[in-house]
Design a protein around this ligand. Structure first.
Ligand code: MN
Ligand code: MN
Length: 453
């Protein structure tokens, strides 16, 4: 009789076939990471995948039929994937999986370009929670869109292809750094110094701002834009580094933006690959990193509109459909890091290699701002994971008094839907290059597949 709770290290129990499945799965994940570094690119890539599998765009107001395979593209930044099932939604509700596809980064300001000391820069405004110093002296790529004066939309991606230039934020040499070193990290690094170096060759014949004008001429030749067009642009600087295996044994994957594409990818694969009678709504959300605000964030009423459309189409009460629906809010959690052990409480931390981690509650300092899932719902999910042999663990985001964080979970739960957080433990979360265990990525795929079955 098993009296005590113990986590299981997946690598120590996996046989060769399982280990191969884990590694093969993560090859696909790495391709997904490299193909979409921003919310827009991830939505675009996912739509291409869905289209190849026969999914069709959904138009609000259209009737949804059992067996339909649909997606709703929310402004190219959020995506709702709908597998309309044959099960009775008045009894089973909808199985909802949500992950977010925005990641911390440096957004360009709307008037970004300036020149100083014969160098041209683009000013940034960081998006999400970053440690600013981590973004200095690393290769950065620029991704996004510019809407020109004539309403034409131009896509920009510079810094990813072989031979592309990258962009760069400077740091002060250690020989002259003693004044900065004496400050706190918060005081020592100013957001107004997070300026991307983008040019250095002056435009011939120009007296003033010749380097800036040189850059503008190149932008005009390549994209047909002028300085004013930055006003209607969304350009994001992200690390110009591809995903890599880490370790002699390749146990890990390091990448930009695991948070939260490491949950989005298993969501997508679980949705596409699982045979199920359930109706499944899989969501790639935007704006989680800044509070899920606006019409592409999970606070938007759109999720409710889509659930209403399903209810209407199936001829059931929207309230009954919501009451019987369930959600896994798939977002990363902090992986225990022995180098910073005091930030964690070890009995309740999430450990790499020990599987996708459930955070029964989130929030901070007394569960403030939390979605706290019910014991009954967690108990139900334990049964589901047990049934399908999913190795998973329970975790909490760090030591109680130290901090914490929220996710989209509470915004889903507000619709009268049982919701719990579940995601992959990440080391160096929100750093330009984050780390996960391959075993945990595959565990997320298995857990999400069991949930939608
Ligand atoms: Mn996240
Ligand atoms: Mn995050």
């Amino acid at each position: 009789m098993e009296l005590t709770y113990k986590r299981t290290n997946i690598y120590s129990v996996a046989d060769e076939a399982e280990k191969k499945a884990i590694f093969d799965y993560c090859e696909g994940y790495k391709r997904f990471l490299d193909a979409g570094k921003t919310e827009r690119e991830t939505v675009r890539e996912t739509i291409a995948l869905l289209t190849s599998k026969g999914y069709k765009p959904y138009v609000l107001g259209d009737k949804i039929k059992k067996g339909d395979r649909l997606y709703y593209n929310n402004r190219n930044k959020g995506l709702f994937i709908l597998k309309a099932g044959t099960a009775d939604v008045a009894k089973c509700g909808v199985r909802i999986l949500v992950a977010h596809v925005d990641s911390p980064r440096l957004d360009l300001k709307q008037v970004p370009l300036f020149e100083k000391a014969d160098m041209a820069y683009l000013k940034t405004h960081y998006y999400g929670g970053i440690k600013k110093y981590q973004w200095l002296t690393i290769p950065l790529a620029l991704h996004g869109v510019v809407v020109l004066k004539n309403s034409k939309k131009v896509e920009i991606s510079v810094g990813e292809d072989e031979g592309d230039p990258v962009f760069y934020i400077t740091d002060l040499l250690p020989h002259l750094s003693q004044e900065i070193d004496a400050k706190t990290i918060r005081e020592g690094f100013s957001a107004e110094n997070l300026n991307l170096l983008v040019g250095g060759i002056p435009l011939k014949g120009e007296e003033k701002d010749a380097v800036k004008k040189g850059v503008l001429l190149l932008l005009n030749e390549k994209y047909g834009m002028n300085e004013e067009d930055f006003l209607s642009a969304e350009l994001e600087a992200v690390p110009a580094v591809k995903a890599h295996d880490v370790g002699f044994d390749r146990a890990y994957v390091a990448s930009y933006g695991h948070d939260d594409r490491v949950c989005a990818y298993p969501e997508i694969t679980a949705t596409l690959e699982t045979e199920t009678e359930q109706t499944v709504l899989t969501i790639l959300a935007d704006k989680e990193e800044i509070g899920s605000e606006g019409n592409t964030g999970m606070q938007c009423i759109l999720i409710r509109d889509l659930l209403d459309e399903i209810a209407k189409s199936y001829g059931v009460s929207p309230a009954v459909l919501r009451e019987h629906s369930m959600c896994l809010s798939a977002d990363v959690t902090a992986g225990f890091d022995p180098a910073y052990a005091s930030a964690f409480e070890e009995m309740n931390a999430g450990f790499v290699h020990h599987g996708v981690a459930m955070n029964k509650f989130t929030g901070s300092r007394g569960k403030s701002g939390s979605n706290d899932a019910s014991a009954e719902y967690v108990g139900y999910l334990r049964g589901v994971f047990e049934r399908d042999g999913v190795i998973w663990q329970s975790s909490e985001l760090g030591r109680v008094d130290l901090g914490g964080g929220g996710t989209v979970a509470k915004f889903i739960a507000n619709n009268n839907i049982d919701t719990v957080d579940m995601g992959v433990p990440v080391l160096s979360m929100h750093a330009p290059y984050e780390l996960v265990s391959k075993a945990d990525v595959y565990s997320a795929h298995k857990a999400f597949s069991a949930f939608v079955k």
